[in-house]
Structure formats: C-alpha cells, structure tokens
Design a protein around this ligand. Structure first.
Ligand code: AMP
Ligand code: MG
Length: 417
C-alpha cells in the first residue's frame, strides 16, 4: 500500500467496545425497587413491580367460538332437534336430550352435555330440525376454560412495561389495581457559559441550549421523571452546586464540559465528590464517556456537549441503564440491512453512526442514504433522519449499492402495544 492510499486508523488500544461499556455500567448500577399501587387505568407506560398471578382462569367456562349450534359430534350424522339456546351472557340448559342441539352464539357458555359447536354456515335448518352438512370433530369451536390463562399462573412478569396489551390482559382477568415501580428520577443539567435558555435573547457568543430539551424528551417517560436543573456555568462551584441540588435523583445526567479543556469542570468535581470512571469507547460520535457515582451514590453520566453526540450516547448507554435499573430485559431488535445510496468513507478503529434516511421507490425497493453533513453539532440532520447507519469497527466505508446495517429510530422507541 503506498502512502496516498494508506487508511488512517482510529483504533485506540485503550478503547473498549460499546457492549463492554454497557456491561460495565450495568454491573455497577443498583436495581430500583420502590413500588406503589395504582389503578390499571393509570398504568400505561409504568413498570410492573412484582410478578402478577392470574386470579381466575380465562375463559372461565367452555365458550363457543362461533355462532351456530351446540351439538354432540357423534350424533351429527342424523337430523337434530333444536331445543333451547345459549346466548352470550345468558347460558342455556346444560342438559341436551339425545339427538338434539342448542342454538349458540359466540362467547356463550357451551352446555355441559354438548362437546362441539357447528357453525351456522355448515347447517341447514327446516323449522325446528337441523341437518349438519359438515361433520364436526369433537371439540370443534369450543374454547376450553383456562385456554388463555390458568388460575394461579404468572400473567405478567416483574419488569414488564404496561402497554395497551397488558392493560387489556389485566382487565380481562378482572384486575383493576397493580403494583408498579415508582418513577426513576433523573436530574438533568447542561454545562456551558455559552448556553442560553429558549425564550431569552441570544447575547454575543451565545447559543441556545438544545441538550436539556433533547434529553428530557429522550429519557423521560411514564416510568422516568426528569428534573430539569437548568444551565450550569463552567466553574467548579456551579458544578458542585448542581450535584448538591440533584439530591432527589437516582441518576444525574449532564452534557458538555467532560473533555480536558480549560472549561471542563464536570470530571474534577465528580472526582473530588464521588468517583469517576472515564472510558474511551470505540465509537463515533461519542467522546470518552464519563460514568461514575456522586458522594451520595447516585449514578452519573457526563455526556458530550455536541447535541448529536449527546443523543447517540444517551440512546446507547443511558436508555439501557434505565431499563436495567427498572428490572427490564435488554431491548432486542432484528438486524436490518439496506442497500446504500451514495458512498461513505470511514477510518477503521471505531464503530461509526451516521444519521440517515431510509425510504423506498415506487416499486417498494428500500434503500438508505445519509443526511449529508455529519458534524455532531448539526441538529437539522438529526431532524431529517429516520435511522442511523452503523458502520462496523473495521469498516473503511461503503460503496453505493452495498448493504449496510441500519438502526431505525423506531427500534429505539418504547413498545406501542
Ligand atoms: P463541550 O463538550 O462542553 O466542550 O461542548 C462541545 C460543543 O457542544 C460546543 O460547541 C458547545 O457549544 C456545544 N454544546 C455544549 N452544550 C450544548 C447544549 N446544551 N446545547 C447545544 N450545544 C451545546
Ligand atoms: Mg462546554
């Protein structure tokens, strides 16, 4: 390889992988256990604190899955007398005379002496006599008691997020209150003498603080309360005061001020007051991640100041940390690969995330392309993106048409159902 084609290598022997950093963080975090009882109607997005047992079997009785006739399958070769009915919510007589049947509706209790239900479409009726035109197998269209869940079995495990499906499941079992974890509390502040809060005019040299609103939106949920501590000046005393005012939080998150510049006080203050782990992680964007604990043992994440770096490190490290503290299992998403439009260059040695757009043409051929400029201060391209392209550590880029790994933003979203 001659000099002009030599590829610069970003590998740093002291850097650890994203997975290793996540594992190290997890191994140091304690699990959040305080719980409270709330009504099911208020539980959307909350995390189940203890395994929930099924108080009843569902369905509670043998129920018809069809509109038709409750029969004994063995008698269906002969004409049957129609005697009585069992309607949903209005069970009929349990006794079925020889060679008789009962009209039945979906969800109605099947008479004890019937073993099957023939659907209306497979019968011919003349007055009170029924001819079954298609012989049923015994048990046809009968929902057995407990076929959804058996009384005493675990319905929902601790660590499950309550979504629409869980609310339906609990309600279907007559459960109207449950124990959920109290919200995890995150205290959030931005650092930087150059930062201004929205609503106020920009003074010379100032920029608006994008990170607090970003992280509030990214990390807050029904299960996580975010306390906004505001903007912290680049002084030791201000950083110190911020940590003091975060006393109610389980996790403290700051952005900016974590490098080794003159104005970077986050790390020295945390070092004095608590303990700090600082890792180089083989990823881009994402500078060294500051992780540690305050004097009162609150987990601390010091994110990079550039908003895109803050967003990606929050997704990669804080979201999984929150799940772990809430007793949830790690998020799993299927890998997705799409052909690249345009080419990408990259130095080997770090995993690289590029903001990108996935879309399809009129023939439903899907592709992905970057949003262009990838500087980590460029929020407009985060806004335009609907996914990230993940280029592996050893990659030197990708050519147009090559298949690349895509992480849709929807993969980071919490479950919809
Ligand atoms: P720092 O990590 O403090 O050196 O900041 C790196 C870059 O991110 C600088 O250009 C900062 O002005 C910018 N930055 C830091 N914090 C924020 C913020 N909260 N919102 C927008 N930009 C920020
Ligand atoms: Mg700064």
């Amino acid at each position: 390889m001659n000099l002009s084609t030599r590829v610069h290598n970003d590998a740093d022997p002291s850097a650890i992988s994203i997975d290793e950093a996540r594992e190290r963080i997890k191994s140091r975090l304690s699990v959040h256990t305080p719980s409270e009882q709330i009504s099911c109607a208020d539980a959307l997005g909350r995390i189940v604190a203890h395994d929930i047992e099924s108080p009843i079997s569902v369905p509670p009785f043998r129920a018809s899955a069809m509109d038709g006739f409750a029969v004994r399958a063995a008698e269906c070769h002969a004409p049957l007398k129609i005697k009585g009915q069992s309607l949903a919510g209005h069970p009929g007589n349990d006794v079925l005379e020889d060679f008789s049947c009962q009209r039945i509706t979906t969800g109605a209790r099947v008479p004890d002496q019937a073993d099957s239900v023939v659907q209306q479409e497979n019968t011919e009726r003349s007055g009170e006599t029924l001819i079954v035109t298609q012989q049923p197998a015994t048990g046809l269209h009968v929902r057995l008691p407990g076929s959804d869940s058996q009384q005493g079995t675990i319905l929902i495990k601790a660590g499950t997020r309550i979504g629409a499906a869980q609310i339906a499941l609990l309600s279907g079992h007559g459960i109207d209150t449950l124990d959920v974890l109290t919200p995890l509390v995150i205290a959030l502040f931005s650092t930087g003498d150059e930062l201004q809060t929205t609503g106020k005019p920009l003074l010379p040299g100032q920029i608006y603080d994008a990170n607090r609103p970003l992280l509030q939106a990214l990390l807050g949920s029904s299960a996580v309360t975010v306390i906004d501590l505001g903007i912290c000046k680049d002084t030791e005393s201000d950083v110190h005061a911020m940590l003091q005012s975060a006393a109610a939080a389980h996790i403290i998150v700051s952005s900016g001020g974590v490098s080794v510049g003159d104005a970077d006080f986050v790390r020295p203050v945390l070092e004095k007051q608590g303990r700090v782990d600082l890792w180089k992680i083989a990823m881009k964007p994402g500078r060294p991640l500051t992780f540690g604990f305050s004097a009162t043992d609150q987990a601390f994440f010091g994110l990079p100041g550039n908003p895109v770096s803050a967003a990606i490190t929050a997704l990669q490290f804080i979201r999984p940390a929150i799940r772990h503290m809430l007793g949830m299992s790690p998020r799993m998403s299927p890998p997705l690969h799409l052909p690249l439009r345009g080419s990408l260059s990259k130095n080997p040695g770090r995993v690289e995330y590029q903001r990108a757009i996935m879309a399809c043409d009129d023939d439903e051929n899907w592709w992905v392309s970057t949003t262009g400029m990838q500087d980590s201060h460029v929020l407009s391209s985060l806004h335009k993106a609907n996914c990230l392209i993940e280029l592996p550590i050893e990659s030197t880029g990708a050519e147009s048409g090559e298949s690349v790994r895509v992480l849709p933003f929807s993969h980071f979203a919490e479950d919809a159902l």
